[in-house]
Design a protein around this ligand. Structure first.
Ligand SMILES: Nc1ncnc2c1ncn2[C@@H]1O[C@H](COP(=O)(O)OP(=O)(O)OP(=O)(O)O)[C@@H](O)[C@H]1O
Ligand SMILES: [Mg+2]
Length: 249
């Protein structure tokens, strides 16, 4: 897989901007003065050790975690004033770590039930994931883990998000499925122009699929750089992410 070219759009037209966000659960502060910006048309990998707040950051953007201080701008509007149920319609898509597909609906029903008009329709999603087309009459609970992940992504795409938040989509998948899913995400980002924030433990794959890498540590952005630059010297990332990263083959 070739690395993504640096995004010339990055930060020129701001799509999402978090400024000094403090957020968490009951007494615990997880996001602790967290600031980041995603440009229009840009895709970013969100990296960091277990428990640093990556999922909490996505949950906060989607409105599931209350913000105590700070601001979130979405297309220059105050996102904190947009109610939770209206965020999908405002263009934010989210595939949670737990996938959450409907087990008693078929693949096609899962895809269609919440769909909104736009470039991502059944035809486009089936072109991205031919396996889903083959399984379109199967129920959600009849799918393998990899197929469920494809369905979760497909369903989120059917809402035609301007920005899609993906929380560890490769987690727990066999290597052959990791490859298949990476190829689909690559097509989605490069050829269809879909912007994503990709949370991943598979650091090198995540950087190959995005324009920029953002490292979170204790609820705060501590390092960010173009994905191509981070890929050129993965040892820089090792101290932040805490694992030995194998260079991509
Ligand atoms: N619902 C919750 N209630 C209370 N604390 C929570 C809740 N969810 C997460 N936490 C805590 O918030 C912190 C950040 O968790 P979060 O799930 O955002 O991390 P993460 O970076 O996504 O980790 P992982 O890589 O394991 O998915 C952790 O200390 C976690 O225990
Ligand atoms: Mg998480």
């Amino acid at each position: 897989m070739r690395a993504c070219a640096k995004s010339i759009l990055a930060k020129e037209i701001e799509m999402l901007k978090l400024e000094h966000i403090f957020a968490g659960y009951s007494d615990a502060t997880v996001l602790d003065d967290c600031s980041l910006t995603i440009g229009e048309g840009e895709s970013a990998a969100l990296l960091g050790r277990n428990g640093v707040g990556k999922s909490t950051l996505l949950l906060t953007i989607m409105g599931h975690v209350r913000v105590r201080r700070g601001s979130i701008r979405w297309h220059n509007q105050d996102l904190l004033k947009v109610p939770l149920h209206a965020r999908a319609r405002a263009g934010l898509g989210w595939v949670p770590q737990e996938r959450e597909i409907f087990p008693s609906l078929t693949v096609e029903e899962n895809l269609s039930v919440t769909a909104l008009p736009g470039q991502w329709n059944l035809k486009a999603v089936y072109a991205l994931f031919p396996r889903l087309q083959e399984r379109r009459k199967n129920f959600g609970d009849e799918l393998s883990g990899g197929e469920q992940q494809m369905l979760a992504i497909g369903r989120a795409l059917m809402l035609n998000p301007k920005l899609l938040l993906l929380d560890e989509p490769l987690e727990g998948l066999a290597p052959v499925l990791v490859e298949e899913l990476c190829a689909a995400i690559e097509r989605m980002v490069r050829h269809e122009g879909q912007s994503i924030i990709l949370v991943e433990q598979h650091v090198e794959q995540a950087l190959l699929l995005t324009h920029r890498g953002i490292v979170l540590e204790r609820g705060r952005v501590v390092h960010e750089a173009a994905s191509t630059d981070l890929l050129a010297d993965l040892s820089v990332l090792e101290k932040w992410v805490g694992v030995r990263i194998q260079p991509p083959t």
